[in-house]
Design a protein around this ligand. Structure first.
Ligand SMILES: Cc1cc2nc3c(=O)[nH]c(=O)nc-3n(C[C@H](O)[C@H](O)[C@H](O)COP(=O)(O)O)c2cc1C
Length: 169
């Protein structure tokens, strides 16, 4: 099975989740993990696409919300310095064969706000002809810059493992 995980991340939390999801998927075939600005052409034999990003302003990020994120005090470098998931999905050609898709986001747990990048990305990917095989999933961060809640990377790895078995079935 061929799987690609694409992530967008400002402060590194979504990247950490994406890497954990890839570990979970890894037991089942080949898995590539790419930051959204560096994806390139998807493999011709792609079976499963997993896409994740931070929820910004109740949905996928926009140039304005990413610019806002860059102004927040945080440790380390900003991870995604170019396009976000929204722009990448818009530019994605429709698949020429059945490709399963699953989406995730990171969001603040307290206070829990409405809206989810995973839901918005799932809707956009479905409109492009991808087949959703799981409900959009959320992983929780403490506040705007994180860190992740304890246990979220283990939950992400388990989610990846489940996705692989559903896509493989
Ligand atoms: C401009 C901006 C808007 C945000 N809007 C929301 C929001 O609507 N709901 C939410 O739960 N979190 C919101 N957040 C928090 C992000 O979800 C959080 O920064 C992200 O999960 C961290 O992941 P990252 O380190 O991969 O960027 C926002 C963050 C930024 C910078």
């Amino acid at each position: 099975m061929s799987t690609v995980v694409v992530y967008e991340s400002m402060f590194g939390n979504t990247r950490e989740i994406a890497e954990a999801v890839a570990r979970g998927l890894g037991a089942h075939g080949t898995v590539e993990v790419h930051e959204v600005g560096e994806v390139g052409t998807l493999p011709a034999d792609l079976d499963l696409l997993v896409v994740g990003g931070p929820t910004h302003a109740f949905s996928m990020s926009k140039p304005t919300t990413r610019a806002d994120a860059r102004t927040k005090p945080h440790e380390g470098e900003i991870v995604s310095t170019g396009i976000g998931l929204r722009e990448w999905i818009e530019s994605l050609p429709a698949p020429d064969h059945r490709v399963a898709v699953a989406t995730f986001d990171t969001r603040v747990r307290h206070p829990r706000l409405p809206g989810s990048a995973a839901k918005a990305a799932g809707k956009a990917l479905k409109a492009h002809g991808y087949r959703m095989i799981a409900d959009p999933e959320t992983f929780d961060v403490h506040g705007m810059t994180g860190p992740l809640f304890p246990g979220e990377t283990d939950r992400a790895a388990a989610w990846g493992e489940r996705l692989a078995s559903v896509a493989h079935a």
